[in-house]
Design a protein around this ligand. Structure first.
Ligand code: UDP
Ligand code: MN
Length: 277
């Protein structure tokens, strides 16, 4: 007698993938995502931006959400978008909320496999910190003369992170319906830090470190190409005239400076723009 294989508890359609973007990055970043990994999760991925854009609205089959948050790389605008992402997820009824930046490449099948290892009805905060010790912040205490010092971990937004539905339901009364923004205003830290503050400090749910998430705060060239299949996310950055990008064979640097087309062809060689093998 052979054991009946158990169906996976999590599949792609259980996941809500949100990508934070902005007007200025539609052509330079969104277009690249749409041509590559978005094609593997078209119904599950939503883009949170700050303008109407008919061209990309069409390209994403209506998956561009104008948050009406202000444009700009400042705390209030970023927290406003994260708040919108969380609220739309809560409405969606999906089992998992995964946030990414628009300079992330998401390895869709690997993300599904990762989440299949966890239960959406248990509190999970999955991601990767970019600092080696927990963040220490000082909270002003209205009624006290001394400031309260607290420490907590947070998952770097630029690497991507995932929250189980169970956890987001606990967040709902304190951070849902736009309240996420007020918490960000109170602690005066960016959106990913605010997320860590709510989850680790207020709800006492610890961050589970998943090393397969990668932001461009890490040197991308050290991710070994024989492990690409096992990584959940990648990123890139252009700083001080230097590209921080993964080392991958494929298109030349001029055609593919960010290396995402080459990575995509390594992972999914059957795509039409990939060279015949
Ligand atoms: N972003 C935004 N508004 C801006 C600038 C950036 O919403 O005015 C978003 C951007 O689309 C990305 C994230 O914030 O998803 C991080 O931006 P970026 O990669 O430019 O900066 P980083 O924080 O990684 O240095
Ligand atoms: Mn970035």
């Amino acid at each position: 007698v052979t054991a009946t294989p158990q169906p996976p508890t999590t599949e792609l359609d259980d996941i809500f993938i949100s990508v934070k973007t902005t007007k200025n990055y539609h052509d330079t970043r969104l277009a690249l995502i749409i041509k590559t990994w978005f094609q593997l999760a078209r119904d599950q991925t939503w883009f949170f931006t700050d303008t109407d854009d008919h061209y990309y609205q069409e390209k994403t089959k209506g998956h561009l959400i104008n948050t009406k948050c202000s444009q700009g790389h400042f705390r209030k605008a970023l927290c406003c978008k994260m708040s919108a992402e969380l609220d739309v997820f809560l409405q969606s009824g999906k089992k998992w909320f995964c946030h990414f930046d628009d300079d992330n490449y998401v390895n869709v099948p690997r993300l599904v496999k990762l989440l299949d290892e966890y239960s959406p009805s248990v509190d999970w905060y999955l991601g990767k910190p970019s600092i080696s010790s927990p963040l220490e912040i000082h909270l002003d205490n209205k009624n006290a003369t001394t400031n309260k010092k607290i420490t907590f971990w947070f998952a770097t937004g630029g690497a991507g992170f995932c929250l189980s539905r169970a956890l987001t339901l606990k967040m709902l009364p304190i951070a849902g319906g736009g309240k996420f923004i007020s918490i960000g205003d109170k602690i005066r830290f960016p959106d990913d830090v605010t997320m860590g503050f709510i989850i680790e400090h207020l709800l006492k749910v610890p961050l589970t470190v998943v090393d397969n998430f990668h932001s461009h705060l890490e040197p991308m060239e050290f991710i070994r190409s024989d492990t690409f299949q096992d990584q959940v996310s990648f990123s890139y950055a252009h700083m001080k005239n230097q590209w921080n990008v993964i080392k991958v064979d494929g298109f030349d640097l001029k055609t593919d400076p960010k290396r995402f087309y080459s990575l995509h062809c390594q992972l999914f060689p059957y795509f039409s723009f990939c060279p015949p093998r």
